[in-house]
Design a binder for this molecule. Structure first.
Ligand code: H2B
Length: 96
């Protein structure tokens, strides 16, 4: 299904509303790093986020090293950041 990327104004508004996220221009993604107390906490977070992401059929790109979880949200179908990424970022902020 085709979905439009956010325009610059919409992206700036989204970033203002999501202070824990930054714009990774190179990856055309929203980025957040979450630091947990240890690997078990990071893994548990990934499972909780993963369940919600899959329920929404919108999937994160991420990397985990021990207690650090880097998450990039981008919409492959839009080749950029879309409202779906904003919504998943809000869900992740509620979980984390
Ligand atoms: N996740 C993300 N991040 N971007 C997408 O464009 C996307 C997705 N598309 N998850 C979905 C799945 C699509 O491939 C399926 C067929 O709905």
């Amino acid at each position: 299904m085709m979905i439009q990327p956010l325009n610059d104004k919409e992206l700036q508004a989204a970033l203002t509303a999501l202070p824990q996220w930054t714009h990774d221009a190179g990856r055309k993604a929203l980025h957040r790093r979450i630091v947990t107390s240890d690997f078990a906490e990071a893994l548990a977070l990934m499972v909780r986020i993963g369940v919600q992401a899959d329920k929404r059929d919108h999937h994160p790109e991420w990397a985990n090293v021990y207690n650090k979880l880097d998450i990039w949200l981008t919409t492959h179908d839009a080749k950029g950041i879309s409202q779906r990424d904003v919504e998943l970022a809000q869900v992740i902020d509620t979980i984390a």
